[in-house]
Design a protein around this ligand. Sequence first.
Ligand code: UD1
Length: 380
Amino acid sequence: MRLLNVVGARPQFVKLAPVCRAIDAYNREHSGAPIENVILHTGQHYDPGLSDVFFEELEIPRPDVALGVGSGSHGQQTGKMLQAIEEYLLKDPLDAVVVYGDTNSTIAAALAAVKLHIPVVHVEAGLRSFNRRMPEEINRIATDHISDLLLAPTPTAMNNLRDEQLGERTRFTGDVMLDAIRFNREIARRRSQATERLGLETKRYAVATVHRAENTDGPRLLQVMDALARVATAGLPIVLPLHPRTSNKIRLELPNWRAPEALQIIEPLGYLDMLRIVDGASMVLTDSGGLQKEAFFLGKPCITMRDETEWVETVEGHGNVVTGVDCAAISRAVESWKQRIDAGTPDLSAGIKAGFGDGDAATKTVAAIKDFLASTAQAR
Ligand code: UD1
């Protein structure tokens, strides 16, 4: 069985790592023909701090194919990937193509494969924000509808897929990002010096990130940056590892905006450093999907600076509030979390189990792919 795993953006490297480990474990534990694990990196993320460091720290095998597509408009970027992945698949047909999450790399690979009648497996299927202005929402919907096997991380994702008549192609695995956190939390505590390096006092600071197009490409950028500045100066120091898209936008659109001292803006961090500073924080403010979950898995309260979330289990599990970018709403949420934290560390474990599975999603992913390919081979 030859699988092509297609990744390109930072969160996809995190999701790929546990799947690679599960494939290795499968090959060790089963005699007979091994699963061959081929990795294609589209090059959507190319900065060493957004790409190489993840492969090193998460011990992901070097990509077999690197397309080096780079940045561009949605059409340009997706189009270049589609063309290049198709060329690769025509030369080297595989048994299945595995795609992750909701980026332009995801939809490009799914589209290239399905047109060549190669089965497509979607890891992290069924997420919906119901906001069609998000590029990720379009990527998710389109990818789910052209994929052959849909691996859902949460019960809500299962329901969404059933509602779209995709239930028969769907399996529940739980979330591979939970596997990644469980595997790496202790490693990060041992190896990362990020809290010391950044002068952070345990549980006396917050971690923030901002990169979503809806927050960076328009008037919300100033709102969100001002809100973070306000929270930081009001007594909760914030460290903000900033995605290059956001730094570029601030330089261009807000040339006179300056961060106060209590809002520490730094370069993007690698996986272990990020895990370490979230693990030591009192709370998280973000517009990222992955970080909402990582905060939840680490038992850290989260404020989601968006108008909706796909990760409703984090809200239902009492670990996340969705505020939008209104400064007053964000400040109120910070105060309310502070009071709850003062009353005792929140225990989010029941919500994690109910929402995201048992931390063995990667093993279930590999088993589901094996079963699926065995059943389609029989049907042929
Ligand atoms: C992409 C995903 C988003 C995901 C995010 C994780 C899509 C539509 N969006 O958004 O779902 O949450 O990755 O980070 O696929 N840039 C660099 N260096 C890089 C990569 C990007 O400087 O290595 C800058 C460029 O100016 C580029 C901009 O960031 O134009 C946006 O990058 P892009 O890959 O298009 O989208 P992300 O915002 O990273």
